[in-house]
Design a protein around this ligand. Structure first.
Ligand SMILES: Cc1ncc(COP(=O)(O)O)c(C=O)c1O
Length: 320
């Protein structure tokens, strides 16, 4: 993420100006990738009446599950973390689109713990930053490369958790894809099945039916993926969680990605081959519109997914 001068950050149990946050170079999470994170978005309503965090409790429930795997105790419940996030946005005076990045990580060895790649005997820390966000995905759809890097198996890493160190795999895949002129990478799992994109889940549409790799295909089970499966059911679109192979992508009528950052974004080309007509397809367009209406509170919130961000009388950060 970019530095955020002039913004408030939640760090070490307090709201602190960004410029005052100090992390020791001995921070264990920096050395061993022993941290977990989330990506959460708040969306402004089209009329500018306010903003809502989308599925913030679900994100923090996943955050806490990731923490448990790494023996990190953030000391707050999902509801408390959601409250802290609302207060962070209020302090920053955010009423537009915002990206929230909570991070929990191993900090330093506790007295009596021998040096090493430990999880136990190491103190924990939580930092939450929030940045204002413009359009994220390129309009018109993505061009993707099927990466030669494989997504690690859940036998090697807890792939269902958002563990910082595991993202080296994603970064290598993105780097190669961008160097070859593509927008993003799609990774296969070790069995050669489609897993997911660098920070998004993959869907295909064929004959009006949706399919997405199942949880045991070594994916991160995305909250946007779950949202899209729910919206598809409401729209009467048949959808299956079933293993996909590279040829299923190339033969699909439509392919799209889902993620907190990119929402529902069409893939128009894979490995230089056009997908379907090589332009965003009707099912993707329909789901993307429905998703946009859902996150922007343009439809009734029947699932309790939206948390209002109260407008605050923001306190200026001293060094802004
Ligand atoms: C590796 C990976 N897969 C999938 C996703 C999509 O998950 P979500 O929809 O919960 O943002 C993300 C983003 O968080 C991710 O980093």
């Amino acid at each position: 993420m970019r530095p955020l001068p002039g913004r408030w950050v939640y760090h070490d149990g307090e709201f602190t100006p960004f410029a005052e946050v100090r992390l020791p170079p001995t921070t264990q999470g920096l050395h061993y990738g022993t941290g977990v994170f989330e990506g959460i978005r708040a969306y402004a309503t089209p009329g500018g009446e306010g903003a809502h965090l989308f599925r913030v409790q679900d994100h923090y429930r996943r955050f806490l599950r990731s923490c448990r795997l790494l023996r990190i105790d953030p000391g707050l419940t999902a509801d408390e973390l959601a409250d802290v996030t609302v207060e962070l946005l209020r302090r920053n005076g955010d009423q537009g689109d915002v990206y929230v990045r909570p991070l929990a990580y191993k900090l330093g060895l506790l007295p009596g713990t021998p040096p090493g790649v430990n999880l136990g005997g190491v103190s924990d820390a939580v930092t939450i930053v929030a940045s204002r966000l413009g359009a994220y995905a390129p309009p018109g759809g993505l061009r993707c490369l099927i990466s030669s890097w494989r997504r690690p198996s859940r036998a090697a890493l807890p792939v269902q958790a958002k563990v910082t160190g595991a993202y080296v795999n994603n970064a290598l895949a993105v780097e190669d894809a961008r160097a070859a002129g593509f927008d993003d990478a799609i990774l296969l799992n070790e069995a050669g099945q489609v897993a997911e994109a660098s920070t998004a889940n993959v869907f295909v549409v064929r004959g009006g039916r949706l399919a997405t790799p199942p949880a045991d295909a070594d994916i991160l089970p995305g909250i946007t993926r779950d949202t899209v499966l729910t919206l598809a059911a409401e729209l009467g679109l048949p959808a299956a969680e079933s293993p996909l192979h590279p040829a299923d992508l190339l033969l699909a009528d439509e392919v799209f990605l889902t993620g907190t950052g990119i929402g529902v974004t069409p893939v128009i080309e894979i490995n230089g081959r056009p997908i379907g007509a090589g332009a965003p397809g009707p099912v993707t367009t329909h789901l993307a519109r429905r998703y946009g209406q859902t996150v922007r509170a343009e439809r009734e919130d029947t699932h309790g997914w939206l948390t209002p961000v109260q407008a605050g009388c923001e306190e200026a950060v001293a060094n802004a």
